[in-house]
Design a protein around this ligand. Sequence first.
Ligand code: TXA
Ligand code: MG
Length: 321
Amino acid sequence: MTSTKKNQIIFAPTENTILRAADIIKNGGLVAFPTETVYGLGANALSDAAVRKIFKAKGRPADNPLILHVASIKEASSYAAMNHVAEKLIEHFWPGPLTIVLYSLDSVPLSARGGLDTVALRSPMNHIALNLIKKSGTPIAAPSANISGRPSPTTAEAVWDDLGDGVDMIIDGGRTDIGVESTVVDATCENISILRPGGVTREMLKTVAVLAGGESAMTRRSPGTRHRHYAPSVEVRMWEREGPEIFQNTGGWCYVGMRTPPEGFIKKITFDTPENYARGLFSALRELESCGASVIIAEIPDNAGLGEAIRNRLSHAAGKI
Ligand code: TXA
Ligand code: MG
């Protein structure tokens, strides 16, 4: 695709851009926009036809429900059956990287919720995203703006690489802050379950709500977790322990992680903290898939804090989930 075409799709986040983007949403089109986690591929959540365009552009299975992005708890109450646990979570973590699954009201099209009786809601902590939602006057359904199964995009350029002019507009808000997606929790019961670890950590959730333990937590999965996810085009292998066996033949390999691996890798991308690892993980996977390596060795960090989300994404990328 030509760079002229690219200039007609990617725009800086001016007030005028956001007004035009809101018009696209109102008219049933697709706008990719930044959030604090990753870029989203947005459409009017209340329009069945617009929602179907999202699934088509991403090549996403129709049974994988979308998140409705809203600007306030008041708006959320128009689409889901609120309860006191959800209200407490919202009070603490919205706007922010927490998606709450609740029983849906009939106002949400079945296509947006993958045919389920529940709906996922979140209010993002990014002024471009919030401004777009408000100006559109409708909740915005938005999955991550990547081709289904690929690493999520954390820059406008990565959205372009995957979707090109398959979207009507990409708003360039720079690199996203958190880098991994929101935490998805099921709050339909008194004891909540984490369906996908993400930007709000387990430790943070525990200060506000009771987490279901053991069996019940394991059996309640998010539909999206059934599908392959977050995978670059090159094989990913996880490095968890010191075991040197994984490093016997590093020719043609590359590395991403927080430690310093032995010599011999074609390319290494390292981070100093779990927060920076999370922030740079998806763009590192995208960079490493095109460095000529045949294998990406990815360090698995401790499970604490954002480490849980990083482990989850890498396990998917390595095909271990
Ligand atoms: O940070 C994020 O959450 C980003 C930004 C754009 O907001 N969005 C995102 O959307 O990651 P997506 O579609 O890539 O992931 C949404 C996850 C999927 O695993 C999906 O299955 C799950 O949320 N989900 C959505 N609705 C659900 C529901 N009603 N019940 C259970 N899981 C649901
Ligand atoms: Mg996604």
